[in-house]
Design a protein around this ligand. Sequence first.
Ligand code: SF4
Length: 366
Amino acid sequence: MERPKDGTLVREQSQISLPLSVVPAVVRSVALPVLDERLRGTKFVQLTPRSVLNSPEQTGVDFWSLNPYVGCEFGCTYCYARYAHRYAVERAHDAGKLSDTEFRDFRGEHGWEAFERRIFVKERVLDALETDLRRYFRANPGSDESTPIVIGTATDPYQPAERRFRITRQVLERLSRCDGLNVGIITKSPLIARDVDVLRTLQQRNDLEVHVSLISVDAALIKRVEARSPTPATRLRALEKLATAGVRAGVIVAPVLPGISDDVPRLEALFRAARDAGAKFVHAGPLRLYPAVRDRFLPMLEEGFPDLVARYRRAYDGRSGAPRAYARALATRVKQLQARFGFPVNSGMVDRYRPRREPVQGSLDL
Ligand code: SF4
């Protein structure tokens, strides 16, 4: 694997601080500037982190991760990344960047709204990335198999903010000047097709996989469980554009929602649509109901799927992961569909790129 070879790669910085978690350190000593505000009240706030690339040691997973934004306007009810936003807000408050009033505003009435309406934008990302790449290449010295760098593990890198701020594009442009990287991108947004030129360049000298995230082709279901995400049709069109341009891309079905999107006809329709759009792979995994997810997900379940509430409460009682028997049955179903529609048969990136958690016990019938 070739190490960074252009002379501008690493710019020395006198102060390097490793973040303790996926949440970046806030280094400015003044209040956080508001970069933009939408009519419906969403605010975009500048964050200037020292570091943007999180190592496996920092996060407890076996890949490096990068998230250009903290918070996500798409507002999926099952999103497990809300905790990262809460930590960022608490750190900003502790560092004196947010007053008590602003702190309450940045937490929201129920604690989950702010994730969708107070978006931190990691500006000056390239300064931090240069230092991080030096760290990354020190940890991956000359090996033939570099540890993956995954963009979009906690928030969507092509959420609406990216149209204006272009942080993700800057990151990809920088990475495309390296050799031998193994890069994964996860997104629900058709905006990724804007960057097909950079993706093609990146792929010339690096391994790249784009994971278009889509849990169903049922637009009504998507609208119910993902507050402001793009429609299935627009995501599939973006996937087709990537595939046509030769970018290696597939679909990640995460999460599969027990009793809602896990039946064979729905999954078949999704696998068929992915194949028709040129997907190279389809991976899937069941819902994880972390504590930070419950406040947002369960009210949606009560309103939209009241018959399932008791079943979910039983199945996820005292655990975040789906019951093992359910996960096994789903894996079997997914493998059958992968084979039927001509995709590689494996447990896939859901296992590779998800946070590791304790194994779970119990049963939840399909
Ligand atoms: S698109 Fe991803 S990061 Fe954004 S709310 Fe949905 S699940 Fe969370």
